[in-house]
Design a protein around this ligand. Structure first.
Ligand code: GTP
Ligand code: MG
Length: 195
C-alpha cells in the first residue's frame, strides 16, 4: 500500500470535535506505552507523525489522521497508566466509551498487546468490551523484535489463550522496529473498511 497522504486533521475529546469527513475509521487501542503511535507511524511510513515517547501517557486526546483520503486512523490514549489519578481515568473512560459506542464511522479497532508479556486484565477487558459491542477487532502483537524467533509461537499462544481470542479473530505479529507484519496489517485493514 502506497501512502501518498497522511496528515493529522484534528484532536478531539468530545463528539462535537470529531471530524466530519464521513470516511471509515480505524481506532488504536492498547495499554499506555504498548506502541500505538509507533504502529501508526510504521504502517504509514512516517517518522513522527503520531507523537511517540518512552514515557507512558504521551497521547492524551483522540487524534484523527487522514490516510490517502480513504480512511482515518484514530490514535487513542492508552489505558493502565499507573500515574493517572482517578478523576482523569474516569474522564478517559468516558471519552473512549462515547467514541466507541456512538461513532458510526468506526469500522474496527486494532488492539495492540505487547508480545513479550501476558495480556493484562485491562487488555482482557478491552477485548471483551469490543466483542460485547460487536466492534470488529484486529489483535496485533507488537514489539515482535524483542522476542527470539524460537519463542515467538509460545508467546502468540499466550496472547490467544489469555484474551480468549475467538477463532474468527486474527493475531498479527508486528514490529515497529523491523516493519514485520505491515503488509498483513494493511490487508486486514482493507478488509475492515471495505465491509
Ligand atoms: P501512549 O501514547 O502513552 O498510550 O503510548 P503508545 O502506545 O502510543 O506507545 P508509543 O508508540 O509512544 O511507544 C512507546 C515506546 O515503545 C517507545 O519508546 C517506542 O519506541 C517503543 N516501541 C513501540 N513499538 C515498538 C516495537 O515494535 N519494537 C520496539 N523494540 N520498540 C517499540
Ligand atoms: Mg501514543
Amino acid at each position: 500500500v502506497k501512502v501518498t497522504k497522511a496528515e493529522i486533521i484534528t484532536s478531539a475529546v468530545k463528539p462535537e470535535q470529531y471530524p466530519n469527513t464521513g470516511l471509515p475509521e480505524i481506532a488504536l487501542a492498547g495499554r499506555s506505552n504498548v506502541g500505538k503511535s509507533s504502529f501508526i507511524n510504521k504502517v504509514l511510513n512516517r517518522k513522527n507523525l503520531a507523537r511517540t515517547s518512552s514515557t507512558p501517557g504521551k497521547t492524551r486526546t483522540l487524534n484523527f489522521f487522514n490516510i490517502n483520503d480513504r480512511l482515518l486512523f484514530v490514535d487513542v490514549p492508552g489505558y493502565g497508566f499507573a500515574k493517572v489519578g482517578k478523576g482523569e481515568r474516569a474522564a478517559w473512560g468516558k471519552m473512549i466509551e462515547l467514541y466507541m459506542q456512538t461513532r458510526e464511522e468506526l469500522r474496527g479497532v486494532v488492539l495492540l498487546v505487547d508480545i513479550r508479556h501476558k495480556p493484562t486484565g485491562d487488555d482482557q477487558q478491552m477485548y471483551d468490551y469490543l466483542k460485547h459491542f460487536e466492534i470488529p477487532v484486529l489483535v496485533v502483537a507488537t514489539k515482535a523484535d524483542k522476542v527470539p524467533k524460537s519463542k515467538i509461537q509460545k508467546h502468540v499462544k499466550q496472547v490467544k489463550e489469555t484474551l480468549e481470542v475467538e477463532p474468527e479473530d486474527k493475531v498479527i505479529l508486528f514490529s515497529a522496529e523491523t516493519a514485520q507484519g505491515k503488509e498483513e496489517v494493511w490487508k486486514e485493514l482493507y478488509r475492515l473498511i471495505e465491509k
